[in-house]
Design a protein around this ligand. Sequence first.
Ligand SMILES: Nc1ncnc2c1ncn2[C@@H]1O[C@H](COP(=O)(O)OP(=O)(O)O)[C@@H](O)[C@H]1O
Ligand SMILES: [Mg+2]
Length: 354
Amino acid sequence: MAAVKLRGVTKRWQSPGQPGAYQLGAIDLEIGDGELCTLVGPSGCGKSTILRLIAGLETPTSGEIYIGEKKVNDLPPRDRDVAMVFQNYALYPHMTVAENLSFSLRLRGLDKGTIRERVQAVAKSLGLESLLQRKPSQLSGGQQQRVALGRAIVRQPQVFLLDEPLSNLDAQLRDNTRAELKLLHRQLQTTMVYVTHDQVEAMTLADRMVVLYQGQIQQVGTPQTIYQQPANRMVATFIGNPPMNILPGVVTPEGIKIGEQILATAAPVPIGQPIEVGIRPQDLRFSPETKLGLTVDIKLTELLGAEILVHAALRGCPQTEIVVKVADPGLGEKVYFSSDRLYFFAPATGERLG
Ligand SMILES: Nc1ncnc2c1ncn2[C@@H]1O[C@H](COP(=O)(O)OP(=O)(O)O)[C@@H](O)[C@H]1O
Ligand SMILES: [Mg+2]
């Protein structure tokens, strides 16, 4: 087991035939020994690149990468003692499950007894014992992904690198496998870096999560901190489902003017300045009382089971949409805002103001 450290790591590509370059970083990140750290962000934000840099499949343009105490910039992938699991499994199609599991150990020249022991132990912990003689084509997607995981685990690496390993599974299997993976991490206590574009997966698995956007780290923290104290509008709207509502307004002496209505609350910027008010759909209630609220017109309701998702528009300002998630269907015209759950952002930068 080992910690992973990235210090000032950048990666720059000049795409041939395309103007401009893609720039990752500089990334400064420390992943603790035994920690399960998730990297999350929209497609193209640089998640896989960071993983590939740690694995040694890409060379950084600048900066240093450490695994444990050792600087690994100049080490080839096979000497870094990491194991990577990909979305598309990448099993050897002509080998049985047992052969897929034992391949890397045979390559390393381990003795037969040790190999058999390790393969048996991993097959047992992943429920693959009855499948050892099958070929990958005779397995379901979920089973194939378990074999891919098993192949990483038998190697007993210092660090696991997982790149969207559950993305090819259907929803229910994905939820089950996600839970299994979390249990597996508890057993193994090995450092895991887990890449996903799915914020629910990132939140539920992580000891700590890293939110990325356009090649830059936006925020690092526990899932709870990221959810409750997002650093900026990007993090606030990316984490949480449905996304946080963002209402653009202007500060007036009476409160924040949103469309033609006034939200009677103090603001962290001076009068006359523009501001964005952020509020999560879960923190809204419909109520006839005025307290701290806005009048909306309901466009559409969706039943989610225990809860109802209401799509509404600000009265007099139909382009400003507000999504409300409520348990009881006692709908009114006014949306009541719980005042200690408001977030404020600077419109120009997206920076969180309070
Ligand atoms: N080999 C490459 N050459 C040029 N650009 C690349 C290369 N690999 C990745 N990129 C760029 O890096 C960006 C980040 O890619 P990637 O790390 O795969 O994102 P993610 O995994 O978050 O979806 C992409 O938008 C892509 O333009
Ligand atoms: Mg990727």
